[in-house]
Design a protein around this ligand. Structure first.
Ligand code: NAP
Length: 324
């Protein structure tokens, strides 16, 4: 095995120019609870952009990326659940040929699930699953507003909401994305670049508003989300694709007794048992046909810059992957 590898390691935050593919020493097992993985697929997520720009600060230098799928090369002394050759998904710094991942965030990919699909569904699939099952448990016949419904998380959220028997209203920026959101199960789609979201939501819901809004867009949709929620409804904020939501006066929630929650996937994955339980539920959803994973494009690791430009340029729908 070579002693070096290709990786995207940033030493400063900034624009996409900081994403340079470099040759650095290949990791060895450093901790007795670690698993060394040869990457086959690397997931690209919006959080990688927050890490690159510094919105979510990382100690530098840092290999960015948060997820991938590959084959176990070797394991630390305490690791009993994995052996070399296992096909796995993991959560760890991933923009590299090899990754040293903590065993608590590694899971075997079951037979019947393709490694590419597993990599494409991990963060966005777990996020969607936990949003509809824990952050606000969606019930049959609920009205649900999903922003960026053709995005990676958005398409999966829409499918899950539909499979529960609730009514999904999606927002998107283009007619092509509207078609995709509809094919994922959105009953209504609003183009939030040309239509008034609140007006449309109230029209669709007979002036009542939605039981829950899932908002990963953040700054630009915050006000519309607040106004679209019904009396006693829930506002689940889970991202900032358009920028961070500025501080606001919480007494505004009192006009409709709105529950407001800001979730992070990692807040649900405190222990290794949490990770195993929720990934196993995710695999059940995949194997049961409840989630259809749309892959926008598989880039090369050396094309990370292009992948970031496409994702933050709102060009993409579904999942972006890279291969080392
Ligand atoms: N809380 C968590 O643990 C967690 C986990 C995973 C993801 N997330 C969040 O979920 C959101 C979606 O993530 P994703 O990876 O699936 O990305 P994505 O939805 O595939 O891409 C972001 C989408 O947001 C929309 N958008 C609206 N305004 C935008 C702007 N000014 N700049 C860029 N995009 C804008 C675009 O869709 P339109 O063109 O249709 O507007 C764009 O395609 C992100 O905010 C991410 O941080 C949170």
């Amino acid at each position: 095995m070579a002693s070096t590898m290709k990786a995207i390691q940033i030493s400063t935050t900034g624009g996409t120019e900081v994403l340079k593919c470099e040759t650095i020493p290949r990791p060895n097992i450093t901790g007795s609870d670690d698993v060394l993985i040869k990457n086959h697929f690397i997931g690209v997520n919006f959080i990688d952009i927050y890490h690159r720009t510094g919105l979510y600060p990382l100690p530098l230098p840092a290999i960015i990326g948060r997820e991938g799928a590959g084959i176990v090369e070797s394991v630390g002394d305490n690791v009993k659940d994995f052996v070399p050759g296992d096909r796995v998904i993991y959560l760890a710094s991933s923009y590299a040929e090899y990754v040293n991942a903590p065993a608590k965030y590694v899971a075997k990919i079951p037979e019947g699930v393709d490694s590419k699909v597993a990599a494409a569904s991990l963060i966005q699939g777990l996020t969607s699953h936990l949003l509809v099952s824990h952050a606000y448990p969606v019930k049959k016949d609920d009205w649900v507003l999903i922003h960026a419904a053709a995005g990676g998380v958005g398409l999966l959220l829409t499918q899950l909401v539909k499979s529960i028997g609730a009514h999904a209203i999606g927002t998107v920026s283009t007619p092509e994305k509207a078609e995709l959101a509809k094919s994922a199960g959105a009953e209504h789609v609003i183009n939030y670049t040309s239509q008034d979201v609140v007006e449309e939501v109230l029209r669709i819901t007979n002036n009542e508003g939605v039981h829950v809004v899932y908002d990963g867009v953040g700054k630009s949709t915050f006000e519309a989300s607040l106004s679209s929620v019904r009396q006693l409804g829930s506002f689940i904020s889970y991202g900032n694709a358009s920028g961070k939501v500025p501080p606001f006066d919480i007494t505004r929630l009192a006009t409709k007794n709105i529950r407001l929650m800001r979730t992070s996937l990692f807040g649900y994955l405190v222990t290794g048992e949490d990770f195993q339980k929720y990934t196993s539920e995710l695999f059940d959803l995949l194997l049961g046909g409840k989630l259809d994973i749309k892959i926008w494009k598989t880039y090369k690791l050396s094309e990370a810059r292009q992948a970031h430009e496409d994702l933050e340029g709102r060009k993409t729908f579904g999942k972006l992957l890279m291969t080392p």
